[in-house]
Design a protein around this ligand. Sequence first.
Ligand SMILES: [Mn+2]
Length: 344
Amino acid sequence: MSYRTPPGRIAAVREVRDALLASRRAVLTTHLNADGDGAGCEAAVASWLRANGTEAWIVNPTPFPESFRFLMGDEDWLVEAGSRTAQEICESSDLAVILDTGEVPRIGRVRSLIRDLPTVVVDHHQPGEQPIGGISLRDPDACATGELVFDVLLAAGGPWTPGALQGIYVAILTDTGSFRFANSTPGSHRVAADLVERGVDPEEMFAAVYGAAPVRKYRLLARALTTLEADEEAGVAWMIVPQDAIDELGATPEDLEGMVDVPRGISGVQVGLLFRQTTTGEVKVSFRANGPVNVNELARRFGGGGHLRASGAMVPGPMARAVESVVAATREAVARETLRREPV
Ligand SMILES: [Mn+2]
């Protein structure tokens, strides 16, 4: 059986396709600290739009991750959000395309740049409280925003540029944790199979994404591991990325990618947490669930959100207090979920 766009998605897919193809100059963006899904979708949509004669530019609220630059090959479609060029490009564009988020606070300073533009949102997060308006293709059942971008390109009949194929593949590869997480569905595998049939080389993509880490990433992990705590009875484990280690090593947000999988990977753990100090004094918390605990709901209680099994929030500092309150709330959520599933 080959992949087919789920019927409930088709109307929105067509609407988004038509809006994108009608654009002459488009600005693409994603959430703060772009991940493989956000960056992969941007590269894919930019490559595909340019093949269609639309001048596409990527303007992100935080720098485009170095580790995903390879998706653009020799091209450079990146424009720094604070630059005069970004302002000029946004003023002369006819469309803003927001990928892998649909919420106003998540696009940071790009919001003011695209304020006067019509918007298209393509996203697979759970709906939040401050949605971005305009035309949208939103489906939390999609394994990655890359799956939704695939639907759009499928509806358009290509063209399947290398940038589009690789960008979508990397989006799905990274958001499914290399096809290990609960969002590794028949759909995610079918899209991947289709991309491989069209020419994506999985070994090449794996090497580019997971075989090119700077050594500081592992030195940072070593420092973070010394903080690892596991409450095995409660099914909660957590780790702190020490600020002094970040400073000494000159670590970037990309170096923290996947680190939350360490506490999450401990036997019996229902929810794994990762804490990191930010420059604003707030503490960034990542939540990952192995079982049925809804960490989207949990993160929302701290002003964040995301997915049922993967979400994040910014919590007021200092670190010790943030850890205390988030761990307490997580213990409670796990206990409540356990009670609900095993009625006395
Ligand atoms: Mn995503």
